[in-house]
Ligand binder design. Structure first.
Ligand SMILES: C[S@@+](CC[C@H](N)C(=O)[O-])C[C@H]1O[C@@H](n2cnc3c(N)ncnc32)[C@H](O)[C@@H]1O
Length: 323
């Protein structure tokens, strides 16, 4: 299955590993919270005679010929909905899904979104400084032009883990006083001419600033927290979640959530009375303690997969604390 390319040349990452994690079965109900170009949904539908509810917040991802033809091809087995995976419970309960046997999230953006200069995600393509996945709300240009310098530095530091955030924010502030920053090329050039050239730096100097702004525009970290809580509510006992992240901020959130919900910090003996209570509030079991990474052959075939990390856990029957 690896190397399978969807209609928009988006190569799904860790595809075989995601199927191996969810283990789709006939009659099962699965959620693909990040439909994108449909690669994951399609693979799940091919793996078993099951049903998939797919969500994407980008209206372009769900209203195009490829999505329509997938819905047609798997008639009655695929439902595609526009919205955010943080709202999956509400979005899907009205569409016939109360409990799921597996949920997957493949975070970030698709190659189609990245390669479309008009969306403003890429520092390699000139275009409007937009970056809105849902196509509503504040754009990256609004943030870059209207946020005060110290708040902008915080955004770049926290969301981009960029050590030179203060210098970059100062340079942006100076540049926007002369001329409004409206394009990706303008911003990329400001950052490139500010960041110190560092020996061994493998990535474009604008990478972290662009990541920071995209996270801010789309509120991605809060959205991920909401999505994780939704998986806990929606999964049936023995249902599995497989989450693919692409940078350390996302992976840390996923890791901390799954570790805390699976009680990895709880002591070993569940027979001691004080530990019994802690075990009773555990809602997940880690299928693998660490992450699943792409094989060298996948990275060679699809260099964009190199930073992908998958975490997998299984829902156990305990009720959610306080519910
Ligand atoms: C990496 S792509 C997914 C690719 C997909 N697995 C495939 O095989 O084609 C991520 C997708 O998730 C969507 N997305 C990102 N955040 C989202 C959110 N909070 N809710 C719903 N969709 C989201 C993006 O619009 C994008 O289409």
């Amino acid at each position: 299955m690896t190397g399978y390319v969807t209609a928009f040349s988006h190569k799904p990452v860790l595809l075989d590993e995601m199927i191996c994690a969810l283990q789709p079965r006939d009659g099962g109900k699965y959620v693909d919270g990040t439909f994108g170009a449909g690669g994951y949904s399609r693979a799940i539908l091919e793996a078993a005679n099951c049903n998939v509810w797919a969500i994407d917040r980008d209206p372009d991802a769900i209203s195009n010929n490829a999505a329509t033809s997938l819905v047609k091809k798997y008639s009655g087995r695929l439902v595609v909905v526009q919205g955010r995976f943080g709202d999956m419970e509400a979005l899907l309960s009205g569409r016939g899904l109360q409990k799921a046997d597996g949920i997957t999230l493949d975070l970030g953006i698709s190659s189609k979104q990245l390669d479309n200069g008009d969306r403003g995600f890429s520092f390699r393509k000139d275009g409007p400084l937009d970056m809105r996945l849902s196509k509503v709300g504040r754009t990256a240009a609004d943030i870059v032009n209207d946020t005060d310098e110290s708040k902008l530095a915080d955004i770049i530091y926290k969301n981009g883990e960029e050590p030179e955030a203060r210098r970059i924010a100062r340079a942006i502030s100076a540049a926007r006083n002369l001329r409004k920053i409206t394009t990706t090329a303008q911003l990329a050039n400001i950052v490139r001419s500010t960041v110190h050239p560092r020996k061994g730096r493998k990535i474009d100097p604008a990478t972290k600033t662009f990541q920071a702004l995209r996270i801010e525009v789309n509120d991605e970290l809060n959205e991920l927290e909401r999505g994780l809580k939704a998986t806990e509510i929606l999964l049936s006992p023995k249902g599995r979640v497989a989450i693919v992240s692409f940078h350390s901020l996302e992976d840390r959130i996923v890791k901390n959530f799954l570790r805390s919900r699976s009680g990895v910090h709880v002591g070993r003996s569940r027979h001691l009375p004080e530990q019994q209570a802690a075990y009773n509030s555990v809602t997940f079991r880690l299928i693998k303690r660490g992450v699943v990474k792409p094989k060298p052959s996948e990275i060679e075939d699809n260099p964009r997969s190199r930073s992908a990390r998958m975490r997998i856990a299984e829902r156990i029957a305990n009720k959610i604390k306080g519910s």
